[in-house]
Design a protein around this ligand. Structure first.
Ligand SMILES: O=c1nc[nH]c2cc3[nH]c(NCCN4CCCCC4)nc3cc12
Ligand SMILES: [Zn+2]
Length: 374
């Protein structure tokens, strides 16, 4: 039995978007879906029950961070990540490659793996495809990611080609090292940057390895949104129709809608939780920086079109007061709302796919949010 399966329910007649359902050993969820990020085994400031109230069924955690703190051995001893953090929904873990490249300096990429310094205490470390798989198996996540290299943007075609070829060899080694039969829950990551020929080469290599799902990596690394959309346009069709497609590190409300339109099923990003902690909220009328003085006497909810716990019970003036005085409840309320906003957005995207009107939904949502304003 493959632990992670995907059912394609229907394709939107107006766009390339798909309505689907992913099933893991910890439940199933409809796609397109936004996955809250819980880097250190917690979605910052949210209790698991609150994530369930928000409507989250799958969250992300990070191999690199949990390897360093508290150590995958402690998580394994606790009975795995679900037990350790009291989360009974699905968990996807990133494989660590991206975190090594984005957090650590003094890194050296070799065929055997990556040598780098621990970003916390500077000690020398080494992470290989085999190591990343061992850590993820100790964590016991439902969906694991192959160990890859996410090259910086921009990168030369020459560099990108050799990186894609190494990432394909590393993917092979991850399959070998995976401690579960038939690649249960292990997703391959497609690289290739903005180069169509290299995306084809990466997809050809990884699709031939028959992973149960595929991530589109190497994006949301500083490239303009039109470059990301163009890459998605020629990469999505290279991936199997009957398997999930996960766009890593995305993102903002417009990128989620535009990614779904281009056939992406799963998204993750720290954006909603990160901006919440500095008092910035996503609302149906665009971003609201609730810490701004203009909200000092604004006794209306963050978003009059939102029915979340925060918007039903608190005003901008009160939340601004909490944020300005560093009262913890403040960032809890903004985090709750931002996650609810994105989870709700994906619910509306799924409804629009069901009714073959995702293109119309995009236009209306972009106009109201202010994405189309010059
Ligand atoms: O190619 C990837 N392989 C493995 N993991 C990844 C994670 C990624 N995360 C991102 N982008 C995250 C962008 N995010 C936006 C909000 C502020 C913090 C950074 N691209 C990624 C590519 C990869
Ligand atoms: Zn709300």
């Amino acid at each position: 039995m493959t632990a992670v399966s995907y059912e394609l329910i229907k394709t939107c007649k107006q766009t390339g978007a798909r309505l689907g359902r992913v099933t893991t050993p910890h439940g199933s969820f409809e796609t397109p879906v936004f996955m809250p990020v819980g880097t250190l085994a917690t979605v910052k400031t949210m209790a698991p029950e609150e994530l369930k109230d928000i409507g989250a069924n799958i969250i992300l955690s990070n191999t690199y961070h949990l390897w360093l703190r508290p150590g995958e051995d402690i998580v394994e001893e606790a009975g795995g990540l679900h037990q350790f953090m009291n989360w009974d929904g699905s968990i996807l873990t990133d494989s660590g490659g991206f975190q090594v490249f984005s957090l650590s300096d003094m890194r050296e990429i070799k065929e055997e793996g990556v040598h780098f310094r621990n970003h916390i205490n500077g000690e020398k470390l080494f992470l290989s495809p085999e190591g990343a798989m061992q850590i993820q198996n100790s964590l016991g996540s439902d969906i694991m990611m192959a160990f890859d290299e996410c090259p910086p943007y921009p990168a030369s075609h020459e560099y990108m080609k050799s990186s894609v070829e190494r990432t394909s060899r590393w993917a092979e080694r991850c399959l070998e090292a995976h401690q579960k039969p038939d690649q249960q829950g292990l997703f391959g990551i497609i690289q290739g940057g903005e180069y169509e020929d290299l995306r084809k080469q990466s997809a050809r290599d990884l699709v031939s390895m028959d992973f149960p799902g595929y991530a589109i990596g190497g994006l949301s690394v500083g490239e303009p949104k039109d470059v990301m959309n163009r890459v998605l346009e020629f990469t999505s069709p290279l991936l199997p129709q009957n398997k999930p497609r996960y766009l890593m590190g995305v993102g903002s409300p417009d990128s989620l809608v535009d990614g779904a339109i281009r056939g992406v099923d799963m998204f993750d990003c720290v954006l909603p939780t990160r901006i919440a902690r500095n008092g910035t909220c996503m609302t149906s009328n665009g971003r609201v920086v609730v810490r701004n003085a203009k909200f000092a006497r604004d006794f209306t909810p963050l978003d009059e079109n939102c029915d979340c716990y925060t918007c039903r019970n608190y005003t901008k003036a009160y939340i601004r007061h909490l944020i300005k005085t560093n009262e913890t409840l403040g960032i809890r309320l903004t985090t709750y709302h931002n996650l609810y906003f994105l989870v709700k957005l994906m619910e509306n995207v799924r409804e629009a796919i069901k009714e073959d009107r995702l293109g119309d939904f995009r236009d209306q949502f972009f106009d109201q949010y202010g994405f189309n304003k010059p």
